[in-house]
Design a binder for this molecule. Structure first.
Ligand code: SF4
Length: 139
């Protein structure tokens, strides 16, 4: 018993919490810990398989859905809300935002319309999340 406790204590001391993240796979928002345990990583704190998958994804290839707006010329509003249709690798978010900042499209825009296709060969598209008709000019 003593020997086991010592082994557990040594094991605990060699574990390093590399990162603490919140699982966003459901509204429960469990706190996950990515722990380096000697030469491997372990994820703790998840309450279901989806949480484990989320933690593994964050460890290997963190991705995010991006929501923002794009400038519209001739629309009844100056901006249309947009989002990525799939999660984008985190390392490409800044590049995407630079491209979107420089974008300007013509009205009308339809909800679901692809405004930017296959960003940097990732298979991720930017799509409009609402209709934006043309501005009606009064006579
Ligand atoms: S671990 Fe499971 S229960 Fe917890 S937030 Fe993630 S998906 Fe929800």
């Amino acid at each position: 018993m003593e020997k086991l406790s010592l082994r557990l204590w040594v094991r605990k001391m060699t574990r390093v919490v590399e990162k603490e993240i919140t699982c966003i796979a459901c509204p429960m928002g469990c706190k996950l810990e990515i722990i380096r345990d000697e030469d491997k990583y372990v994820i703790e704190g998840y309450k279901c398989k989806k949480g484990l998958e989320y933690g593994e994804q964050e460890l290997k290839d963190p991705r995010r859905i991006i929501t923002t707006t794009v400038t519209v010329k001739g629309g009844f509003l100056p901006l249309v809300p947009v989002k990525t249709d799939k999660p984008l690798p985190k390392g490409l978010i800044f590049d995407l935002m630079k491209v979107i900042d420089g974008m300007s499209i013509e009205a009308p825009v339809e909800m679901g319309q692809i405004l930017l296709e296959n960003f940097q060969e990732t298979g991720v598209n930017i799509v409009a999340t609402r209709d934006l008709p043309e501005k009606i000019l009064k006579k």
